[in-house]
Design a binder for this molecule. Structure first.
Ligand SMILES: [Zn+2]
Length: 335
């Protein structure tokens, strides 16, 4: 892991030299590393009592910080209590960018501690990564009508800095219709909607495992098709480290006028703008909405319309990550 990051010896050497010159008269008041290693941290230490941390610090607060970073999937190494470049540039900086913490130089401040505690809150299957109290998470399921339509949706999300979710089926990623890397590059949440679109409770456990472990989407968030799950499915998801991602607002953009027709045939009961109006009128802060790439997702302009409508109610759409999102995501994508 450490080999991934450029060696910064020369830069550090220059900093060290400068620090020697200016820091000498301040030694008696300097608290830096000594302060950090003297304080002990655990989950019960109030965020406001935890020290600021930077490269070179050691001790239990660094160990606890690394534990939080690891739980939030920003670091894979076991905590070693030493604040090195991997912790700083590889993880703390990433958290700061993703969740828009003001200080983004790899140091850990009170704001960083607060974000880490929030994003590690237990996963709630009905909010599916929306840990906010005033934002609404839209997760778009299934398959887009075209690659152009898909690009328009994820580009509009990025341009408006909206944090939406994309939940494609693996077969549509395999076919090239959905580019999950492009969604992650735009800071979006990618959710695995299984390879096919079978109701999971009708499958054998072996088949369920196959459906959730194909590598095409590769997310630790899984949305069972039709929301069809039970204790057996939940146990399999947990066994494979997958979050069971449902919703609590359904504008029913999937409903058809007549008998099921091929998805390309436009016979939906309501239009994308009617879906947008429903969301604006019915979603609440911290809620998660199920919508579909082949319906609401065909009109990317609706994102701005929904955000504006929500703002009139004191709410807004989830904010985009300020950097590319990861295949393995923390319990809360949206704060
Ligand atoms: Zn679906």
């Amino acid at each position: 892991m450490a080999a991934k990051f450029p060696r910064m010896g020369r830069t550090f050497a220059r900093f060290t030299l400068a620090a020697t010159v200016v820091a000498a008269p301040l030694l008696t008041t300097s608290v830096g590393g000594a302060h950090a290693s003297a304080v002990s941290c655990s989950s019960s230490t109030p965020v406001s009592s935890r020290p600021s941390l930077k490269v070179g610090d050691t001790g239990s607060c660094v160990t606890y910080l690394q534990t939080l970073l690891r739980n939030a999937k920003f670091i894979t190494a076991s905590p070693d209590g030493s604040y090195g470049p991997v912790t700083a540039a590889g993880a703390v900086q990433a958290v700061s960018e993703a969740y828009r913490v003001l200080r983004r130089d790899g140091t850990t401040t009170t704001a960083t501690w607060a974000v880490l505690e929030k994003i590690n809150k237990p996963f709630d299957k009905y909010t599916c990564g929306n840990g906010s109290s005033n934002k609404v998470l839209l997760v778009f399921d299934d398959q887009p009508v075209s690659t152009t339509s898909y690009r328009a949706l994820i580009d509009a999300a990025r341009a408006g800095r909206y944090g939406i979710g994309i939940a494609p089926n693996g077969e549509h990623v395999k076919s090239g219709l959905v580019d999950v890397k492009a969604a992650r590059d735009r800071g979006l949440l990618v959710v695995d909607h299984t390879y096919h679109h079978y109701p999971l409770t009708t499958l054998s456990s072996e088949q369920v495992v196959w459906e959730i472990t194909r590598s095409y989407v590769g997310s630790n968030y899984v949305r069972p098709p039709y929301g069809d799950e039970n204790s057996r499915i939940r146990a399999i998801l947990a066994q494979y480290g997958k979050n069971d991602c449902l919703w609590n607002v359904d504008p029913q953009d999937w409903k058809r006028v007549g008998r099921p027709l091929p998805l390309e045939v436009p016979d939906h009961r309501i239009t994308p703008s009617q879906v947008a109006d429903y969301i604006v009128g019915h979603a609440w802060g911290g809620s998660t909405v199920v919508v579909h790439m082949n319906h609401l997702g065909t009109d990317a302009r609706q994102l701005a319309r929904i955000d504006e409508g929500l703002r009139a109610r004191g709410l807004m759409l989830c904010r985009n990550w300020g950097r590319a999102s990861n295949p393995s995501m923390p319990n809360q994508y949206c704060l």
